[in-house]
Design a protein around this ligand. Sequence first.
Ligand code: ZN
Length: 172
Amino acid sequence: MDKLPTHLEKILRVTEYDDRGTMSGNIVCDCGCKTFGIKYFGEVYPPHVIGVRKMGENRYSCVVKAVCRNCAKEWLLFDYSKHAYDGFICEDGVTVSDDKLINAAAGDERDFEIEISIEFDDEEQFTEEVIGLDERDFTPNDRFNIWSWVVINLKCAKSGKKLKDFVNIELA
Ligand SMILES: [Zn+2]
């Protein structure tokens, strides 16, 4: 079975997968619902692009969460301090508390379908560059959790309007 990022195991329905370093899929809540509100923190580039926000000297943040419109469960999709190669391995990421998150809206639409694509190291590269060099105890499976690129595309549930590259950030 395809190995998924730990925090997306229950909600990522894979559409494309390459063990050497890319995967894409749709987010579906474990209740079956495909429609979510989006809460985020980051640098905002209007109308609908979120980037990494500078928080201080060599400190950056970006967080995206999905809130199920059926059961109200909240799912973390991306936190720069946890899932970005630079933010986590190089430790330049900081997280933010939930009260800093903003609800995404496109006009009066606040319900979205979510598509996510990520890039990560292949096993050889991860073993050499992370497991071999980092003092923390990483295992080969950690490479699925530490990304070099993330793209999140949204689609308005009502109008079908697409917010392409809502997030599109190089992370390494
Ligand atoms: Zn749900």
